[in-house]
Structure formats: C-alpha cells, structure tokens
Design a protein around this ligand. Structure first.
Ligand code: GLN
Length: 302
C-alpha cells in the first residue's frame, strides 16, 4: 500500500494547484492551494498516509454525513418523510427543486437537505453543535478537533442563499426551529477542522458495517450503514455524482474545503485533500487521485 500511495502521490502532484480554492467567503479563500494529502484506514486498524495527511482543513460538506448519522440514529426511518433519497443532478446550493417538491429536499447531502437534517438535530440536542463536535472527536479518536469560528462567522455573514432555502422550507412547514439558530449550528459543523487521518478514521464505521473501531461502538446498524453508503454513492458529489460513480465507483462525500472521503465497503475508509476545486465544487486533484487509485487496485462497488 505504501508503494501505491507514493506512486499516486507523484502522479497526481502536477495537478495540485489546478482549479480554484473556494472563495465564497474570505476565510476559505486564504487557504494555501498547493497542499495535498492522502490517508487510508483499514478495517484491521492499519493507517497509511502521505503528504499533508495530518494538516487540518475545513471539512465543510463532509460534515453532512456526520449530521445525517446523528439524525438516523435518533429518528430512524421516520426522518425520510422530511428529506428525499434521490440524486439532485444540480449544484449543492440549488433552490429550484424545493418549490416543485413542496419544500422536501431531494437528499440529505445538498445544502437544503443538510439544513433540514440540522433542524432535526436541533430539535433533539440542547447544544447541537457540541453534540456533533463530541461525536466527531469520539469517532476520530482526536479530542483536539474543533470548529473554526472565524470560518463559521464568515459563512453566517454570507448566509443569504442558505437562509433563503431554510425560509422557503419553513414556508412549506418543513422546518421546526428558528432558522437563524439552525444556520449557525450548520455553519459551525461545516467549519470543523479535521485532517485526512482524522477523517479516514472517523469514517471507519461506514466501511465496517456501522461499527467504529476507534470508539468501539456500534454507531449505526449494518442496514443503516449500507443506506448511508448508498446515499454517498448517488448524491455525495452533487452534480458530479454520476461521473464519480463512473470513474471511481465508490461511495464518496466531498466538501468545498477540498476534502473527499471514500469508502471501500468492508475494507477501507479513505480521505484525500487538496484545496483547489473543479467547476462542480469538488477537489480536482482528489477526484483524480481516487480515479487513479481505484483503477490501479480495481476497487469498486459495482
Ligand atoms: N458551508 C458550505 C455551504 O453551506 C458547504 C458547501 C459544500 O461544502 N459543498 O455553502
């Protein structure tokens, strides 16, 4: 595995820095573009890493998988009355489908869906962001994980689009808590900083039938873990989900911080990070590295 990582790292390095760092908020635009790291964690507890694998970055939409997990644990199947399970084929921050579908977002990984899931968690936890932070610390085994409040505040200042979605859903009766407070918790979750190593470990439970080897707890049952993987496979990379299934063939979840997590069910959890994004808002080098990796090893769920 170490030889493979060295080869992939060298082959992809020329692509690092191509594309564009997320610049919708100043705090993210400041990130140095030439960073690249890979971490792989096996179900046997082995860790492989290369490059900037220990550098923390803004996990952004990768946090949507953790929020969904917390909501599924509590609400079970009843949560699917408020959020769908279909790919959207549209950018992550699109509003258009909400009006056609009566305020029910297509899936939990577009922003509208993640906001509804955050609203569910808000109904359940007294301090939803602290519950989330505690959860990611436990499953990653890193008690130092924190949320960058500068990023969270900057997101809140530029919240118009996410706020518009949340208020639109409220108008359809699909939002139960005060919108501004849910937005603040959602942004704090997006602003959590973790490294590739933290994330590869934290996603172990999805490669391991719902059981987290780090915290030694059954996070989701086997069936639910499979469902989260299915949602990642169909909707984890927004309007690039089809291409990702075609080229990589693994469940994955990206964030505008440049991280992508991928799962090889029953074997590995992977995190690749490089901050520059392609037009769909996914890390250009990370997608290319995952393509190369799966081609070389023949990993695919299909
Ligand atoms: N915080 C970002 C937003 O809500 C997350 C988007 C993403 O990573 N795709 O717009």
């Amino acid at each position: 595995m170490d030889t493979l990582l060295t080869k992939i790292y060298a082959d992809i390095l020329p692509l690092v820095g191509q594309g564009k760092v997320a610049d919708y908020i100043p705090a993210l635009a400041e990130v140095s573009p030439n960073q690249f790291g890979i971490a792989i964690y096996s179900n046997q507890g082995e860790l492989f890493q290369i490059g900037d694998a220990q550098v923390p970055f803004s996990i952004q939409s990768i946090s949507k998988v953790f929020s969904l997990t917390l909501a599924m644990k509590h609400y079970g199947d009843s949560m699917w009355q408020r959020v769908g399970r279909e790919p959207s084929g549209l950018p992550f921050n699109s509003l258009v489908q909400l009006e056609y579908e009566n305020g029910i977002p297509r899936n939990p990984f577009i922003n509208a869906g993640a906001l509804v899931v955050s609203d569910m968690n808000q109904s359940r936890f007294a301090s939803p962001h602290y519950a989330m932070r505690e959860f990611v610390r436990r499953v990653s085994g890193n008690s130092g994980v924190y949320s960058d409040q500068k990023v969270a505040r900057s997101e809140y200042e530029h919240r118009s689009r996410n706020a518009a979605m949340a208020y639109l859903m409220q108008s359809y009766g699909n939002f139960n808590n005060e919108v501004e407070s849910v937005l603040k918790n959602y942004f704090s979750n997006c602003a959590i900083r973790m490294s590739c190593v933290d994330l590869a470990k934290a996603f172990n439970f999805l490669a391991n039938k719902g059981f987290c080897q780090i915290s030694k707890e059954q996070i989701l049952d086997t069936h639910q873990a499979r469902q989260v993987n299915a949602l990642m496979a169909t909707s984890g990379l927004y309007d690039e989900a089809g291409n990702f299934a075609f080229q990589v063939g693994l469940p994955g979840k990206s964030g505008v911080g440049g991280g992508i997590v991928a799962i090889v069910p029953n074997r590995f959890s992977i995190c690749i990070w490089s901050p520059c994004l392609n037009k769909m808002g996914n890390s250009l080098a990370s997608v290319a590295a995952l393509e190369l990796m799966t081609q070389q090893i023949g990993w695919s769920v299909y």
